[in-house]
Design a binder for this molecule. Structure first.
Ligand code: FES
Length: 172
């Protein structure tokens, strides 16, 4: 049985009997009481597994289902993402959902990956494999699919980073 309360390895000093003040953070992104990539990785897997078992997928891929994005192929995109996730056996960890318009239709289809809140624009069926293998599996965000400032070329990873989007529908 999974128990997040117990120490994760022999170097971990904190348990319910010897709690750390940062216990919750430690469980999510620790350990802080010692340096160990192996321990941190196994902690992350454990937390992910608990989220999966509790019926709450670790990640959500939000595909815009508004009129603009639908007319540029977002329904097909959601279908291809779902198929690719299934093929890679990630269905228990990643949920594909559709939403209403984000107010950014001219840059659709829009794909928003949560909880890291990475926002991709003009996503094509040919980008599905890269989103799954690079973003979901290797945890490397796909910079080429981010919105880029038209003047500076600066990429905006998050929707909330785009200055002119502040206050528009779907802003978060
Ligand atoms: S329909 Fe997708 S941003 Fe408007």
């Amino acid at each position: 049985m999974i128990n997040l309360m117990e120490a994760c390895c022999s170097q971990c000093k904190h348990t319910p009997a010897t709690p750390c003040q940062r216990f919750v953070d430690c469980r999510k992104s620790g350990p802080f009481c010692h340096e160990s990539k192996g321990c941190a990785d196994s902690r992350k897997k454990l937390v992910n597994r608990v989220q999966v078992l509790s019926g709450s997928p670790v990640k959500q891929i939000i595909v815009c289902g508004g009129t603009g994005c639908s007319s540029s192929g977002s329904a097909k995109l959601a279908e291809l993402l779902t198929e690719e996730i299934k093929k890679r056996e990630l269905s228990n960890e990643v949920l594909v959902k559709r939403t209403s318009c984000h107010g950014f239709c001219e840059n659709g289809p829009i794909v928003h990956v949560k909880p890291e809140s990475i926002f991709y624009t003009k996503v094509k069926p040919g980008d599905v494999n890269e989103i799954v293998s690079s973003h979901l599996i290797e945890e490397k965000y796909v910079e080429g699919l981010m919105f880029h400032d038209p003047d500076s070329g600066h990429p905006y990873p998050h929707f909330s980073d785009i200055p002119f989007m502040h206050g528009r529908p779907g802003y978060y």
